[in-house]
Design a protein around this ligand. Structure first.
Ligand SMILES: *Cc1c(COP(=O)(O)O)cnc(C)c1O
Length: 395
């Protein structure tokens, strides 16, 4: 069984990527064009390589125009942006924060580093066009342990307030359902979107993350566009922007020469050197998204005839950035999946599973959670495929 699955998946990936045996194939490589060097040179020549350089403002403006978010604050990482987003949304030490167990560990770390406690929720059931995102039904189940108040839900067992809910857009699939938004509104819970991998994703109504609630992006090297490392906080209105920028800038009171800081705060700003890459990558973004769309279409065709796998198609209505194109085993098996991924990686093919759920990570073993059956099924069946834009460039 294993051998035939390995052969089938290897052949599909080889057909799509035209990779030859023995040549390694990354899961997701950055796509950097020569414009990166032009933008970097400008920044170096200006002398302002750190966070007050012009490239910072330029990249922020480009992101604001592209996404429709009214305010954009660049940060040193997506994780930093998430801490900032939770903080300006009112999350305090002692609060609880609801999030899907199926995410990168940073989602939980951002809450925990603020002194808040993550509470884990299940994802949507696995299906061919599942969002793989937070299940509103599961959030509703969680809320049966809380009672509503003017400042948000209070946990009957712990007495703590649920300070925020963090839907995660998984692998470039938007996951904020209308039911989830309604639930958050009814219960007075701020939404903060972990859109780390979701630049270029648009809802059926044409909305980008960060236009309806605060959202964060990551520009780590494995994401759709990269600044080497970095992130951004996107805000739907300017209301929280001044506070967010202040907290990311050591709470320094603006003054030409006096150093006055009115709060304990972070240095979370993105250096202009990194922002230069961002400016260049925004010019490349349409080409990158186009290539990834073509790549996804080629995978789709190849998987049509498979008895063992199905390709996860874009959820209805939305436009995906196809950050990580994913397939699922038709018969979930964590053991078989592990062996399959081992074999393919040993042959130089960069495939991976969905994240190991955060509730199974050492620091979060005793965190609160509801039933996570869908998460378990997804972790036992989903395979992320090589998704570099390069693979779709000449398709
Ligand atoms: C990449 C990622 C992050 C963290 O971003 P960094 O820039 O690496 O800090 C957070 N959440 C999700 C879902 C991610 O994929």
């Amino acid at each position: 069984m294993l051998a035939s699955l390995v052969e089938e998946l290897f052949e599909i990936i080889a057909n799509v990527s035209k990779a030859s045996n023995g040549k390694t194939l990354a899961l997701h490589e950055p796509y950097l064009e020569s414009n990166v060097l032009d933008e970097l040179s400008k920044t170096v020549a200006s002398g302002f390589v750190s966070s007050v350089g012009e490239a910072v403002t330029e990249f922020e403006t480009l992101l604001s125009n592209y996404t429709g978010a009214e305010a954009v604050i660049l940060t040193s990482s997506g994780t930093a942006a998430l801490q900032l987003a939770l903080r300006v949304s009112g999350v305090k030490a002692g609060d609880e924060v609801a999030m899907p167990a199926l995410s990168f560990v940073a989602t939980a770390n951002a809450a925990k580093l603020l002194g808040a406690e993550p509470v884990f929720v299940d994802t949507e059931p696995l299906s061919q066009n599942s969002t793989l995102g937070m299940s509103a039904e599961s959030l509703e189940e969680l809320l049966t342990s809380y009672f509503p108040t003017e400042v948000g839900p209070i946990n009957r067992a712990t007495g703590a307030r649920l300070g925020a809910v963090v839907p995660v857009h998984v692998f470039g699939r938007l996951s904020t359902s209308k039911r989830l938004v309604r639930l958050a509104k009814d219960w007075k819970i701020p939404i903060v979107e972990d859109a780390a991998g979701a630049i270029g994703c648009f809802s059926e109504e044409g909305m980008h993350p960060g236009t309806e609630s605060p959202a964060i992006l990551s520009f780590n090297g494995n994401k759709t566009i990269t600044t080497g490392g970095g992130g951004a906080l996107l805000l739907p209105s300017n209301d929280l922007a001044v506070e967010a920028r202040h907290l990311a800038t050591t709470a320094k009171v603006p003054h030409p020469w006096r150093f006055q800081h009115d709060r304990v705060a972070w240095n979370f700003r993105m250096p202009a050197l990194n922002a230069s890459l961002g400016v260049a990558q925004m010019q490349s973004l349409p080409r990158i998204l186009d290539a990834k769309r073509r790549l996804a279409a080629r995978y789709f065709d190849e998987f049509l005839i498979s008895d063992n796998f199905c390709l996860l198609d874009t959820p209805p209505g939305q436009r995906s950035n196809h950050w990580l194109i994913a397939a699922a085993l038709k018969e979930p098996s964590e053991v078989l999946l592990g062996e399959l991924l081992d074999s393919l990686n040993a042959r130089g093919v960069g495939v991976r599973s969905a994240w190991s759920p955060i509730n199974l990570q050492l620091p979060y073993l005793s965190s609160q959670r509801v039933a996570l059956n869908n998460t378990t099924e997804i972790v036992s069946s989903v395979v992320c495929l090589p998704s570099s834009p390069q693979l779709g460039m000449n398709a």
